[in-house]
Design a protein around this ligand. Structure first.
Ligand code: CMP
Length: 140
């Protein structure tokens, strides 16, 4: 198995409910290591650029508003097959479809306020990690 890095975001619905530790316990219990982390207020420009791929989707404007509605925790996770493992621990985008025990099944409020984001491919992980972190901020 390949050691990978992936970007994780704990979203405003989760920081508002003080769930950062509970979410990260699930990630760490799955064998993922948090090798970089910062709590930030995303700007509108950052949220628009980060979710650029969804610009034409009907939920884009609402998503940008949501992601700037409160603090987020951006973090880099490292481990064997980290991209897929993080997505497994997160569960499906829509919490109604998420497997029991996953972060979204336990904590998400809705398909939009779904508590966490995770990169969906190794290629996007590299882009998303570089969006928030410089190399010297990642300490494995
Ligand atoms: P995320 O994994 O961060 O990627 C895009 C985000 O858009 C998604 O999680 C949700 O927060 C949000 N979203 C809102 N509505 C939808 C939808 N209908 N389909 C997919 N994502 C949605």
């Amino acid at each position: 198995m390949a050691t990978e890095r992936t970007l994780s975001i704990i979203k405003p619905d989760a920081t508002r409910r003080n769930l950062t530790g509970k979410i990260n316990a699930k990630l760490e219990d799955a064998g993922l290591r948090i090798v970089a982390q910062k709590r930030i207020a995303m700007t509108k420009e950052q949220a628009e650029a980060f979710y650029e791929v969804h610009r034409e989707r009907p939920f884009y404007g609402s998503l940008v508003d949501f992601m700037t509605s409160g603090p987020v925790v951006v973090q880099v996770l490292e481990g064997d097959n980290a991209v897929a493992k993080n997505r497994e621990v997160m569960g499906a985008t829509n919490p109604a479809d998420a497997d029991a025990g996953t972060i979204r099944a336990e904590f998400a409020e809705s398909i939009e306020a779904n508590s966490v984001h995770g990169s969906d491919s190794a290629e996007n992980a590299a882009r998303e990690v570089a969006f928030f972190f410089s190399d010297d901020e990642i300490v494995g």
